[in-house]
Design a protein around this ligand. Structure first.
Ligand SMILES: Cc1ncc(COP(=O)(O)O)c(C=O)c1O
Length: 455
């Protein structure tokens, strides 16, 4: 890697006024960047190489990381944090930070807006009138001055929707996991999570100081082993739909093992709440296990198209965590404007079951298109579809070509997923039209064929 610590490439990354292109504009012959190409080997490094380093200065890793980042950003990592110039709809306008253009009308498979609710007129109107009444932020912790009447109503509405005694609202899904796990479990207890559990679950486990174990993904026998022989409080954590793989857990078998060991069970339904089950109550409804799970957690940032997180359960659970979830207690409450948008979105998700019908139709259409093209999608059965490229060295190249073919989709590589498990992760929405699904699938298959990933 070169040593150009004081290079001026940051100027290059923030153009004053990007030019507008449409998805049908011809792709540039060759994408140029004012930064030199990455040195051989630079792309073989990843974030984990900059985690530990020698030296006594707490800033010792900053300069080497910066050097590496300047080289690999134009070589592919620039695909992270591309700014959108539009709502996360089924097509989006995205700023290409490499060519400094805004590419308009890209088919969007990168947003979690599974029901297309974030930009619905009812949601936008609710947000606007909440701004008129409450202004911008909540200006206080929920426990002190940050709770408004509509915060209270949202938690009641979530409890009612989930058919639980009570619910507690958090500023994000991330803080819901961290606050719940660390709020409940202590040093000397045991937390066992699926090995593919989200980072917020892992961070909650670390913060709790409980003994942490991970069982092999969806392998109930391994969960049984990991729970065996432990005397004391035990919590098992799984997800409803795994966020990088799009598969679901064998809930009934997991419940049985938890019962055998006297372990409580928590499920993170970030990607399954509001979309799974006849009424949208999640994978627990879909698999008929709503009363068998102790803690139901979800986010508002995916299907409801807003922001925030919740847990639902008994009055006692919610009352305890109200006092002991530090990530909620010591953090500002959600903006009332966000809360108003969430209430409107929840109403739509409840009143329009046809949104779920449309979503599952779209998922099945996309699964068919990808299967016809011979595209590997792992074990996905949901609206989260990983296209398994498994080529760590070329994943960004492939992601870049798909982007230039008019599709917005995120390449994912180690450490976000395991080594040699690189993928582009596709999210399907109820709002996608058949034409958008076909156009997007065609573009992806065209690129994958060039790389021999499908025939
Ligand atoms: C399974 C899971 N849990 C929690 C979160 C965090 O949610 P949020 O983005 O709302 O903080 C995510 C986010 O992607 C997730 O996938």
């Amino acid at each position: 890697m070169s040593d150009k610590r004081n290079g001026s490439s940051t100027d290059v990354e923030t153009p004053a006024q990007p030019a507008r292109l449409t998805a049908s504009s011809p792709a540039p012959e060759r994408v140029t960047s004012e930064a030199p190409p990455a040195a051989p080997g630079a792309m073989e490094y990843d974030y984990t190489n900059f985690y530990f380093g020698a030296g006594e200065d707490a800033f010792a890793l900053l300069a080497p990381f910066d050097d590496w980042w300047r080289e690999v950003k134009p070589a592919g990592y620039y695909l992270y944090e591309l700014p959108l110039h539009s709502a996360p709809s089924t097509t989006v306008d995205v700023e290409d930070t490499k060519t400094h253009e805004v590419r308009s009308g890209l088919v969007n498979f990168a947003s979690y807006n599974y029901l297309g609710l974030s930009y619905r007129p009812e949601v936008k109107e609710a947000i606007k009138s909440a701004v008129d009444q409450y202004g911008g932020g909540a200006s206080g912790s929920p426990i002190l001055s940050g709770t408004t009447e509509i915060h209270r109503r949202l938690s009641e509405e979530i409890a009612d929707f989930k058919q639980k005694e009570a619910a507690l609202i958090f500023p994000t899904g991330y803080s819901a996991n961290v606050g719940t796990i660390a709020g409940l479990m202590r040093s000397g207890d045991l937390v066992v999570a699926d090995q593919y559990a989200h980072a917020s679950i892992v961070d909650g486990m670390i913060l709790s100081k409980a003994t942490s174990r991970f069982f092999r993904h969806n392998k109930v026998e391994d969960l049984d082993r990991k729970l065996s022989g432990f005397e004391g409080k035990k919590l098992v954590i799984i997800e409803g739909v795994y966020s990088m793989d799009g598969d679901t857990p064998p809930l009934a078998d997991i419940v049985e093992v938890c019962r055998k060991h006297g372990a409580r069970l928590m499920i993170d339904e970030a990607h399954s709440a509001f979309v799974y089950g006849a009424n949208g109550r999640g994978i627990v409804e879909d698999q008929g296990m709503e009363d068998e799970v102790d803690i139901h957690l979800g986010t508002f940032s995916k299907s409801l198209g807003g922001q925030g997180g919740y847990i639902a359960g008994t009055h006692q659970l919610v009352n305890y965590l109200r006092g002991f979830s530090r990530s909620r207690f010591f953090s500002c409450a959600l903006s009332p404007a966000v809360v108003a948008g969430l209430r409107a979105a929840l109403k739509l998700a409840r009143n329009e079951p046809e949104l779920r019908t449309r979503l599952w139709d779209n998922v099945s259409t996309m699964q068919g298109l990808l299967a016809d093209g011979g595209v590997p999608i792992g074990d996905s059965t949901s609206q989260v579809i990983p296209i398994m490229v498994r080529d760590d060295a070329r994943i960004f190249q492939i992601g870049e070509e798909i982007f230039r073919e008019g599709v917005f989709i995120n390449p994912v590589k180690y450490p976000a997923v395991g080594k040699h498990k690189s993928r582009v992760r596709m999210s399907i929405s109820a709002a996608h039209t058949k034409e958008e699904l076909e156009k997007g699938a065609d573009a992806i298959i065209r690129v994958l064929r060039r790389y021999g990933i499908c025939q």
